[in-house]
Design a protein around this ligand. Structure first.
Ligand SMILES: Nc1ncnc2c1ncn2[C@@H]1O[C@H](COP(=O)(O)OP(=O)(O)OP(=O)(O)O)[C@@H](O)[C@H]1O
Length: 251
């Protein structure tokens, strides 16, 4: 297995600090995300997970420090960033196929390339037969699969997922976690996945960053080197879950 020391850094977060007036949120945080890695970030409510993603996308400025993608300052105009959020985000006036095409059209990719990618994603998420359906005609899980397909279709430099399954029931959640892992492995994307759910983090992550309460620093980095699909009852799975839980008990 390749260790992170041998992997290329895709994202470098260097001495990142974010304040809102007197409120110090991110306190001199540094870490790397490696090419093709599935990194989870867990931390208490209000520690700045969404703030970090907003700084990364340049929606808000950093107070100090920087974020590099492939060695250059992160720039959504230049780098290909894709998002999956908790809120439903399909466009209701577009069909499944049009939803997946949308970002590719905005990027002005050649029509041939768009067709190829849309077909591949429809195949990967199992929605070929539903390509002409509108979101209101889909179940919640199908709707989220469209969002996942749309995000991965961009061939993103980085896929950002912010509590993507927070609202879904547990069965759907397991199903979509498997779906994302399958597509991530197939496409070798780099993913940052933010979640409150420790079990979910141990299920999907290659590495988990555990954040402290504000002013936020990194409390620990936990490697999860378990075969997939992961078994919730595996003693090593349980040990890691308990280790992370123990770490955040004082939240
Ligand atoms: N625009 C803003 N102006 C002032 N304070 C803000 C702003 N945005 C976020 N904050 C504060 O920064 C802190 C971090 O918020 P953020 O939403 O990033 O946390 P989070 O870890 O994503 O929380 P949650 O787990 O609840 O989603 C909070 O205390 C929040 O009140």
């Amino acid at each position: 297995m390749t260790t992170n020391n041998q992997r290329k850094a895709k994202v470098e977060v260097r001495n990142l600090t974010k304040r809102f007036d007197d409120l110090l949120v991110l306190n001199d945080i540094s870490f790397n995300v490696y090419q093709g890695e599935f990194l989870c970030i867990v931390g208490p409510t209000g520690c700045g997970k969404t703030t970090f993603l907003n700084v990364l996308c340049k929606l808000i400025p950093a107070t100090a420090g920087e974020i590099l993608i492939d060695g250059e300052p992160a720039n959504p105009r230049k780098h290909n960033l894709a998002f999956v959020f908790q809120e439903p985000s399909t466009m209701p006036w577009k069909t499944v196929e049009q939803n997946i095409r949308f970002g590719l059209e905005v990027k002005k990719l050649p029509e041939e390339e768009i067709k190829k990618r849309v077909e591949r994603m429809l195949e990967l998420v199992g929605l070929k037969d539903f390509r002409h359906y509108y979101p209101r005609q889909l179940s919640a899980s199908m709707d989220q699969r469209v969002v996942i397909a749309r995000a991965f279709a961009m061939n993103p430099d980085l896929l950002l997922m912010d509590e993507p399954y927070g609202q879904l029931d547990i069965k759907l959640r397991y199903y979509l976690e498997d779906e994302v892992i399958r597509i991530w492995r197939e496409l070798k994307s780099t993913v940052i996945f933010v979640t409150h759910n420790i079990e979910e983090a141990v299920y999907v992550a290659e590495r988990i960053l555990v954040l402290t309460p504000k002013p936020t620093t990194i409390k620990a980095e936990i490697k999860v080197d378990l075969p997939r699909p992961r078994n919730f009852a595996d003693p090593e799975f349980v040990r890691i879950r308990e280790q992370v839980t123990e770490m955040i008990k004082w939240w």
